[in-house]
Design a protein around this ligand. Sequence first.
Ligand code: 5GP
Ligand code: MG
Length: 179
Amino acid sequence: MPNAITLHDKTFELLVTHDSLLTAVDDIARKINTDFAEQEVHFVCVLEGAFIFAADLVRRITLPSNISFIKLSSYKGMQSTQQVNTVIGLDGSLAGKNVIIVEDIVDTGNTIEMLINTLQSHKPACIKTAALFFKKQVYTKQYPVDYYGFDSINGFIVGYGLDYDKLGRNLKDVYRARD
Ligand code: 5GP
Ligand code: MG
């Protein structure tokens, strides 16, 4: 894999290799399999960024699993707009279900907070959050991020589902924007 790539006007440097990503996904899957042993789980994958993480994660889950896909957005380019849009694509009831939100990255937590508040109105049995990346230092919310792969991420990252203005989602490895 290259050590640096260019997307649009920006240079990005290799941060996490594909192998390390998969090791983190293995760990998250193992924890979910243990925590929900013998129970059914319902994954809610937040498009678009989480699609690759979700695909790798659910194939490691040995529990009876439902998966649905929702869409919302709080990011434009490289800065959080603070505004969070409404949830689209949530069909069917989540009442009484063990819901696990699958997110690419939790940053300020605005998105996850809004999502949890919305999903709570469905009266699920529980709501857990699985995020591959967690920018712990800038997280401002009360809700726990129950499962995460990497929590000391800073800067803007792309690859493995994450984009920079629509480019970079297809990269196997994760890269960080050079300052
Ligand atoms: P939050 O609402 O927690 O501030 O932001 C969550 C969303 O912002 C993530 O789901 C993701 O779509 C986007 N985001 C946050 N940090 C990054 C980043 O470093 N790179 C990319 N590509 N998206 C990010
Ligand atoms: Mg996201």
